[in-house]
Design a protein around this ligand. Sequence first.
Ligand code: HEC
Length: 278
Amino acid sequence: MKTTKIHILISCLFIFSVLSCNQKKEQKIKTMSITQTETKLDLLDLQTKNKLGKDTVVAIINDPVYHKAKKYKAVSASILIKNEIDLTKIDPKNTKIVFECKDGYKPEMPLELFLNAKPYLAFQDLDAPKGTKWEAIIKDGNEMNAAPFYIVYTSVSEKDTRYKWPYNLVKIHLEPLNKSTLELYPLKNRKLETGYTLFKNQCLTCHSINGIGGTMGPELNYPRSVTEYWKENELVDYIVNPASFRNKVKMPTLGITKQQSQEIVDYLKYMSENKKKI
Ligand code: HEC
């Protein structure tokens, strides 16, 4: 009699602990998926669900992509972000906004700077020729289209390079300001900081190192670093002027000097000894 009572008690305790354990697990999974979806916006998905917000017409005096005055149908990008992401749960001062474009181009800027600049998410070009949604963009002889979304500002100078004007935009996500800094910073050799900073500002939008960065251009470090299969002096020259090596090259001439290119290559050599599969 006594033993069965103890038995029942033990099994009850066991069942209870399993149940509460499971509950905890479920809670954990729930909060994890919330934090992940909360900081990532799929713009096409939001458009399909009619959740982009109220549209308006914006006029840009000197559009840096079209190089002329333009008019768009757009929604406020800051209101959209505030509606979709709970900004009280993050620290805007230590957060950056990353723009994910269709072709793998991935520019970024500090979130606070972005939100304070009255940004607009343009979804239709009002100067587009009849029957089309967007006027073509001619860049380096190639014809492109800004669809589906293009970020524009009415109160920012087109010359201020802190502000990004991504087109072909499909997704937006937020991440800690120093995320790439921590992973790619040359901790073991601070002398390479100049090369690292140049790389972060000029190359990371298109290229990744250890999987961190844009995907418009190839990954430069993993599994083999470009410094392992290019002759060093030619790599330096290529970065200064890619068109002198390849016909119809997609990588732009960025206006960096030979000296700066050497600093970047020195940094890339350091990263070749710090490979990581991500
Ligand atoms: C606008 C995007 C863009 C930017 C910015 C850019 N690249 Fe590229 N890069 C490319 C693309 C695309 C390729 C592939 C070859 C081509 O141009 O068609 C490439 C190719 C390369 C290659 C050759 C890779 C190989 O395996 O042959 C190297 C090296 C390189 N880039 C380094 C750099 C460095 C360093 C910077 C910064 C100073 C930089 N790139 C900035 C787009 C870019």
